[in-house]
Ligand binder design. Structure first.
Ligand code: 6R9
Length: 655
């Protein structure tokens, strides 16, 4: 039985105590949701006031999902600055409050750092001035390729302060992937560090950046933050952040930005082609990040909030930096991994900093579940109030463990469904309002209008007990505005399969109570440990190897990662399969894209199942990878049905 077929009998209503203290209870949610859908102008007009505007907006929503005219604007005549909203406006009331608690990779070697809002202000202004001195101004792009250190947040906020557009590249990405992104957005500066410690190992970020910059224009500058102090090569384009920031002024005026000026670009995988640069803008994004952070995590003043993501992913943008800081929260930035130095690391940090809201991914929960309960129970987790999950569907077994062992049956779990493209949560329970069902993303957030369509006809399916593809019927403030440099691709990817709707790429089911269950991607995107990977990207990396003629990549169920990467590889004529070559291809993909793209299984395929018109029949490849070839369906349209027998006989995943 797959997770989606599980009967949904278990249900956990909010406790009376939780409903009483939460921002909304069930009635409150229903009322607010209705207003948000019936009168978005009034609803968001009011919510926009959670920010401080330099020029107040008079227009709230001006959005179109019309084919040929996809145009999304929120608060379009207002001006503001994101850094001023995340820092300056808190100085008077909470200047000495901790804004960021930084927790290092190795707690036996270094202590946590507590950075107050006032200190954050100084560091961000210094970084902003350093960037200005390097010639960065409003509208310029800056690539951030850093470990999870406070400087990553300084860099984001420094860009926001001067109106530069940041694009973070996860420190696990390879030089090639980094180079493509530097060129893709035409960055003026790359901010990196000497090394990135993680899980006791060190990634040579500076050396990677040098390799990436070899593919870029000569005038791209490199600002280097000292993290470990180990030696690195130094070139003419390098600037020493530590030395420069020491001399820089701790004052820097926040640039007045239009609500629709871009705040950041974040590259994400799609079903076709190279990763696309998702563009988020200033006003709507921050309103949405702030509001979702407050309501979904039932955040109250004084709470200690921990999102374990990396700032290289959208979750880190919205729920480590922008949402929490906009709300004046204390947010934790964690450099390490869940299992280093031991499997108790998450819970030790929760206990040490008295964490109230804890937000992580199902893959981490599954990995820790296997390590044994004593790693959790030996720590005092009595301050935990809310638990969150993000990145992929959470299986009921992991949900139950999270609920019982980590949350001691006391903490609601918010299973938040959203995407890089959506800026913030889309479907999610609310702690004081929702009767939780393990594995369900449940209800739309305020202003979100989910619509379920029949995948082939595109017709709307109404009611309960239905299944189809998940679309959104109208714009919300956190929505991406365009694909960087390619508005046509934006329209084609999200608005052309189903006209008049934003298409998420996910399937969903609505149960008899009207709760939403995400059933996974319906396109060629796989979700490995909560990270998106386009099968096309892995395929093009594989065929770039001299010995590979052709390849097809699919996802298959993986106990810890959710989905694993399964690659079928056809070698060039005369090349012989071997374990050594398999290893070589694994290393190859790691270097081309990064460790997260490394195939878990590689099957040598003398041929791939193709239709007579030459289309690879992925449905068949998926079934074989799932070890479920009893139900291959119709293979009569294949040009050569016999290849299927060979693939089945030599399949790599046997349950
Ligand atoms: C935030 C983030 C987006 C894709 C999305 C979906 C999957 C995310 C989920 C979930 C089921 C959840 N996804 N959260 N599926 N339940 N709670 O993860 O963004 O990296 O862009 O991935 O992740 O398939 O389409 P991103």
């Amino acid at each position: 039985m797959t997770m989606q077929e599980m009967p949904s009998q278990a249900a956990y209503p909010p406790s009376a105590e939780m409903s009483a203290r939460a921002h909304v209870d069930a009635t409150g949610y229903a009322e607010m949701y209705a207003t948000s859908i019936n009168d978005p102008e009034a609803f968001w007009g009011k919510e926009g006031l959670r920010l401080e505007w330099m020029t107040p907006y008079t227009k709230v929503k001006n959005t179109s999902f019309e084919p040929g005219n996809i145009d999304i604007r929120w608060f379009e005549d207002g001006t503001l600055n994101v850094a001023a909203n995340c820092i300056d406006r808190h100085l008077e009331t909470r200047g000495d409050q901790t804004a960021i608690i930084w927790e290092p990779d190795d707690p036996t070697k270094e202590d946590a750092k507590h950075i107050t809002y006032r200190e954050l202000h100084g560091s961000v202004c210094k970084m902003a001035n350093v960037l200005k001195d390097l010639g960065v101004s409003k509208g310029d792009r800056v690539i951030i390729y850093l470990p999870m250190i406070p400087e990553a947040a300084y860099a984001m906020l420094a860009c926001a302060r001067i109106g530069a557009i940041h694009s973070i590249v996860f420190a696990g990405f390879s030089p090639d992937a980094l180079g493509a992104r530097i060129n893709g957005c035409g960055a003026k500066v790359v901010i990196t560090a000497d090394f990135a410690p993680r899980g006791g190992r060190e990634t040579p970020l500076k050396a990677n950046t040098d390799a990436a910059l070899a593919q870029c224009e000569d005038d791209v500058k490199c600002l280097v933050v000292k993290r470990t102090g180990s030696e690195t090569a130094w070139t003419e384009r390098d600037y020493d952040y530590n030395a420069l920031s020491e001399q820089a002024s701790a004052d820097c005026t926040a640039e007045e930005m239009n609500a629709e000026d871009p705040l950041f670009i974040l590259y994400t995988s799609g079903s076709t082609g190279q990763p696309k640069g998702v563009v988020h803008t200033t006003g709507g994004y921050l309103v949405y990040a702030s509001m979702t952070h407050e309501y979904v995590f039932d955040y109250h003043d004084g709470d200690i909030f921990w999102c374990t993501a990396d700032v290289g992913w959208v979750t880190g943008h919205s729920y480590i930096v922008y949402g929490p800081l906009a709300n004046g929260a204390t947010t934790i930035m964690f450099e390490g991994v869940p299992t280093y130095p031991d499997a108790g690391r998450f819970w030790e940090v929760c206990a040490k900093h008295k964490v109230n809201q804890f937000y992580t991914a199902p893959t981490a929960i599954r990995a820790l579940m296997g390590a044994g309960n004593e790693w959790v129970t030996k720590h005092d987790l009595s301050d935990l109030r809310i638990l969150g999950s993000v990145g992929e569907p959470i299986n009921p077994e992991a949900w139950n463990w999270y609920h019982e062992v980590v949350g001691q049956g006391r903490c609601p779990i918010v299973d938040t469904f959203w995407q890089t493209e959506t800026g913030g949560h889309m479907l999610t329970p609310l702690p004081g309002a929702t009767t939780l069902k393990p594995g369900a993303a449940q209800q739309p957030f305020f202003g979100v209008k989910p619509v379920v369509l029949e995948p082939t006809s595109g017709e709307v399916i109404e009611g309960k007990g239905i299944e189809g593809v998940l679309c959104i019927g109208d714009s919300w403030p956190g929505q991406m505005r365009t694909v960087w440099g390619d508005h046509e691709r934006f329209e084609k990817t999200y608005f052309s399969d189903y006209k008049g709707y934003y298409f998420s790429g996910d399937g969903c089911r609505v149960d008899e109570d009207g709760d939403f269950w995400i059933t996974g991607r319906v396109d060629d995107v796989i979700n490995v440990s909560g990270h998106r990977m386009g099968t096309a990207e892995v395929e093009s990396a594989l065929v770039a190897h001299a010995k590979v003629a052709e390849s097809a990549v699919v996802g298959y169920p993986h106990d810890v990662k959710g989905q694993g990467i399964y690659a079928y590889v056809t070698l060039m004529n005369g090349e012989e399969p071997s374990d050594a070559l398999r290893k070589e291809l694994e290393v190859w993909v790691r270097t081309e894209i990064g460790p997260i793209a490394k195939p878990d299984l590689i099957q040598w395929a003398p041929g791939l199942p193709k239709t007579r018109s030459g289309k690879i029949m992925r449905r068949i490849l998926r079934k074989i990878a799932e070890d479920d070839f009893g139900a291959l369906g119709d293979t009569s349209t294949l040009a050569d049905p016999s290849v299927v027998d060979d693939l089945i006989a030599n399949r790599m995943n046997r349950k």
